[in-house]
Design a protein around this ligand. Structure first.
Ligand SMILES: [Zn+2]
Length: 259
C-alpha cells in the first residue's frame, strides 16, 4: 500500500478515542459497545472500527465535535467482522476499507447460525472498496497493521508510533485490561494458542493499548498499568412506571475497582 514518506515537519501520529469501549453483557445478550478510535497523521484520518448502528448518532456527534464529517475519513480499518465493530461501515463508501483476507473472505460463507457475523454483514460493505491487508502492512508513516488472530482467524490491530510510545489498537484480541493481564482474549473462536500468542505480541510491544471493550490504558513491563480516561457512566435504568420501583444503579455506574 502506498503512503507519503514521513517528513520531519509532520508530527508523529496520534490516537483519539471517538467512542469508548464497554464490556457490557446482560441476560439478553451483549450491548456490543466497542471502542472506536481515530488515528491522525498529517492530513490522514484513519478510523479504527466503527461500531454498530445503535451508536451511529454518537459516532457522528463525536466526529462533529472534532469538526470532522464522514468524508474526512480516508481509511477505515476493521479489526474483524463482528457486527458490533463493522455495522457502521456503510457510512464510509468513499474510504479505503481495510480487512484481513481471512476475515473478508469468510463474509461470503456466513450463516444465520452465526450470531456475531450474520449473512447481512457483506451487504454493509457492498458499496465499498475493500483492500485486504496482512501483518506488517504500512498504511501511513508510523502506522502499520499487526496480525492478532485468535478472537477470529483474521483479527488485526494497528501499531501506531506515537510521541507517548507504541500504541496498539487491538480490537477484541485484547478486549480489556483484564484480558491483557490474564493473557487471553475474552472470546476465542480461532485457536486458544493463537489467541494467547496475540496477547503476548501486544504485551511485548505496547506502551499504550486501545482495547476492544474497555478504556485505553498504559502498559508497563507487559502489564496493564493505568487507564488514560476516566470512567464514563452510561444512562441509568429508568424507574419502572407500573410498580414504582426505585431507580437502581445501572451495572455500568457501580463503583468497582479498576480491572
Ligand atoms: Zn469480536
Amino acid at each position: 500500500m502506498q503512503f507519503t514518506a514521513a517528513r520531519a515537519d509532520v508530527p508523529a501520529p496520534t490516537v483519539d478515542t471517538l467512542l469508548m469501549g464497554y464490556g457490557l453483557f446482560s441476560a439478553q445478550g451483549s450491548a456490543g459497545l466497542c471502542g472506536v478510535y481515530l488515528v491522525r497523521h498529517g492530513s490522514r484520518r484513519i478510523l479504527f472500527d466503527c461500531g454498530h448502528v445503535g451508536r451511529r448518532k454518537a459516532l457522528l456527534r463525536s466526529l462533529a465535535r472534532r469538526k470532522l464529517g464522514i468524508r474526512d475519513i480516508d481509511t477505515l480499518v476493521l479489526s474483524h467482522a463482528h457486527w458490533d465493530h463493522i455495522q457502521n461501515a456503510d457510512l464510509f463508501p468513499h474510504a479505503d476499507i481495510l480487512m484481513h483476507p481471512q476475515e473478508h473472505g469468510r463474509l461470503a460463507a456466513t450463516s444465520t447460525a452465526d450470531p456475531v457475523t450474520p449473512p447481512w454483514t457483506s451487504a454493509v460493505l457492498e458499496r465499498s472498496a475493500v483492500r485486504r491487508v496482512t501483518d506488517g502492512c504500512a498504511i501511513a508513516p508510523g502506522v502499520r497493521v499487526i496480525g492478532l488472530p485468535g478472537h477470529t482467524a483474521g483479527s488485526i490491530g494497528l501499531c501506531v508510533d506515537t510521541e507517548q510510545g507504541v500504541a496498539l489498537l487491538t480490537g477484541d484480541a485484547v478486549s480489556s485490561a483484564k484480558a491483557l493481564r490474564e493473557g487471553l482474549c475474552t472470546v476465542v473462536t480461532a485457536g486458544r494458542d493463537a489467541a494467547a500468542r496475540s496477547v503476548r505480541r501486544v504485551r511485548a510491544r505496547a506502551s499504550l493499548v486501545y482495547p476492544g471493550h474497555d478504556r485505553p490504558f498504559t502498559v508497563t513491563d507487559g502489564e496493564p498499568d493505568r487507564y488514560l480516561l476516566p470512567r464514563a457512566d452510561l444512562v441509568a435504568t429508568p424507574p419502572d412506571p407500573l410498580t414504582a420501583e426505585p431507580e437502581r444503579a445501572h451495572p455500568c455506574t457501580r463503583k468497582e475497582p479498576v480491572r
